[in-house]
Ligand binder design. Structure first.
Ligand code: MN
Length: 598
């Protein structure tokens, strides 16, 4: 085994070097007194982590410094976040308490650290607990988004320095990262971090494929670079000639996204045509940026023929995470499709750094897509009925999906995920509108509830006071909001019907001279193969179990009574176990009952 040689003097110099690099990275946001605050946080972190080392053998303090640097440099966060990043592992791993933090750095910092400490165990133990913890983590997001941003910086640094971890830990961290952290980064508009997280996860989870694609990319690197130069040159010339100050370059796609494309289209590496995109970054003024982008578009498409189906205008309608850009795909000089992304410097910074940069540029803080999204997360979390795992799935789905833009009859714009239906739209407008929706008019034509909306549709919802949410609605709604509202309405309705069924059953049992007690009720549920006594009452109320069925049961009971004693007990035990198991999959069982009604 290689022995670790530690030279404390050398380390001390290195720590200070890294600290100074952090200060340089945060320079642009520093105000009076900030430097002193950061120094204080650094000193506290250094002191409290002093006896700790990372798996690589390096001093532990390298980690919080690196996390703070990512927060400052790659996410664009300010002093409070840098202080919190430096201290993010202090409460969790050392003797320092939250009270100490509050005393030294104030309430705000203490609250963020508290959030970071609480979510540190998010992925421990079993999966449903993880989901519950993830839910808690998002609750802190609703409190202060900086908690999540620092958590992402923490995760990114851990992923970057994972080579010394045991293999099982690498796999665990990688799968969490690709399952949750990357989509979260995506949703917050941190594209660069999202891509890097995905690539790093793939590097550990799909080692061979990762290496294969990486090698392939290297092989043709020189050829690709020449192609990009040839493509860019004439464009740049005309742009400059028309007075546009533009920076053009080729942007390689991530290994993970190339792999995704290979899988999605079942094609070999050689057939993936868009290994890179051309980016046109314009230096423009706020008043001219939209016009300048379209001018650049016009120049690009004069030189290269565009594919009319591939024009995306996220300048007129930015994505909910703040992304603005003009995308087009054009036919390159060698008969090859090339994606071109046109945007201004301001838009580019938002695209790369996401949320934080977004804040920096925004004049008013009302009504941005991100605000609406955070509000949606809050609503979703408030729903006490939603089961944590389901919630996680719905949430993930909403993180990943692309958006479409739909208009109300009065012209208001509503954002929905791709594949959203008229019913999703109705629930988006208001819960009551969704619950009483019987149909919709899309662009003045009558359509069913399940109609899949297209970008730009104008939708009018038709309601009726006699309508109530139906089980099969769950088959075509896609938004978490609609799903949650329908489920809770169905649950409530079922509870109400079961209430009636209970009374009916009491009367019927009385006439059969069977005692109404909990033992008999459970026996009955088991006999009719139902998941719960509520299902039993429900089936009675709906007439799915009638007097004849109850008489059959009575008969079978008599037969059972003749059986040897221990066998009965065994059967009853089985029934009981079944009931317990079935309760967990409550929704599934309701689904089966409904089929019988059909
Ligand atoms: Mn950490």
């Amino acid at each position: 085994m290689k022995e670790l040689v530690i030279d404390l003097e050398v380390e001390k110099t290195e720590i200070l070097k890294r600290y100074r690099a952090l200060l340089r990275a945060s320079k642009s946001t520093l105000q009076k007194g900030d430097k002193r605050m950061i120094r204080k946080a650094f000193d506290m972190a250094l002191e409290s982590h002093k006896d700790m080392r990372r798996k690589s053998g390096e001093p532990y303090i390298y980690h919080p410094i690196a996390v703070a640097q990512i927060a400052a440099e790659e996410i664009g966060l300010g002093t409070t976040s840098i202080v919190c990043a430096l201290l993010h592992d202090v409460v969790e791993d050392t003797d320092v308490t939250l009270d100490d933090i509050e005393q030294e750095f104030g309430k705000k910092v203490a609250k963020i650290i508290d959030g970071l400490t609480k979510i540190s165990g998010v992925f421990d133990t079993n999966s449903s607990l993880q989901a519950e913890n993830f839910r808690k983590m998002l609750l802190t997001l609703a409190d202060d988004v900086r908690v999540i941003l620092i958590k992402l910086a923490d995760r990114l640094h851990n992923m970057r320095t994972m080579e010394f971890m045991p293999r099982d830990k690498q796999l665990k961290l990688s799968s969490e990262t690709v399952y949750l952290y990357a989509p979260l980064a995506h949703r917050l508009g941190l594209y660069a971090i999202k891509s890097e997280l995905e690539d790093l996860s793939m590097k550990y989870m799909e080692r061979e494929t990762y290496q294969f694609i990486k090698n392939k990319l290297n092989e043709k690197k020189a050829e690709r670079e020449k192609f990009i130069r040839d493509f860019i040159e004439p464009v740049k010339k005309v742009l400059n000639g028309q007075g546009l100050d533009a920076d053009l370059f080729g942007r390689p796609k991530s290994i993970h996204s190339i792999w995704n494309k290979m899988k999605k289209k079942s094609i070999p590496f050689e057939e993936v045509y868009d290994l890179f995109a051309i980016r046109v970054i314009l230096d423009s003024t706020p008043e001219n940026e939209k016009a300048d982008c379209w001018k650049a578009y016009s120049i690009v498409t004069d030189l290269y023929r565009p594919n009319p189906d591939r024009l995306r205008d996220w300048i007129s309608s930015p994505k909910a995470n703040g992304y603005e850009s003009l995308h087009t795909t054009v036919m390159g000089p060698r008969g090859q499709w090339v994606e071109v992304q046109i945007r201004t410097k301001r838009m580019n910074e938002i695209a790369e750094k996401g949320f934080a940069a977004h804040w920096k540029y925004k004049e008013s803080s009302t009504d941005s897509g991100l605000d609406q999204w955070v509000q949606k997360v809050r609503d979703m979390l408030k729903n006490p009925d939603s089961n944590a795992l389901e919630f996680l799935d719905d949430f993930k789905m909403n993180l990943f999906s692309d958006e479409i833009f739909i208009f109300t009859p009065k012209g208001a714009l509503i954002q929905l995920p791709l594949n959203a239906t008229a019913l999703d739209f109705a629930f988006e407008i208001h819960t009551d509108v969704g619950a009483s929706c019987i149909g919709a008019k899309v662009n003045h034509k009558l359509v069913p509830l399940s109609y899949k909306l297209q970008n730009g549709d104008q939708v009018e919802i038709i309601t009726s006071s006699k309508q109530a949410p139906k089980e099969d609605w769950l088959n075509f709604v896609v938004t978490a909001k609609a799903k949650a509202k329908i489920k809770s309405a169905l649950k409530e309705e079922k509870r109400r019907v079961a209430e009636d069924g209970k009374e009916i059953l009491e009367r019927k049992l009385k006439s059969l001279k069977i005692t109404y007690n909990s033992e008999n009720i459970h026996k009955l549920s088991y006999y009719f193969k139902l998941a719960s006594t509520q299902d039993l009452f429900f089936n009675i109320a709906k007439g799915l179990i009638d007097m004849k069925d109850l008489k059959d049961y009575q008969q079978s009971e008599k037969v059972v009574e003749n059986k040897p004693q221990d066998r009965i007990e065994n059967e009853q035990l089985q029934g009981l176990l079944r009931n317990i198991k079935a309760k967990d999959s409550d929704m599934l069982m309701i689904g089966e009952d409904m089929k019988k009604i059909d």
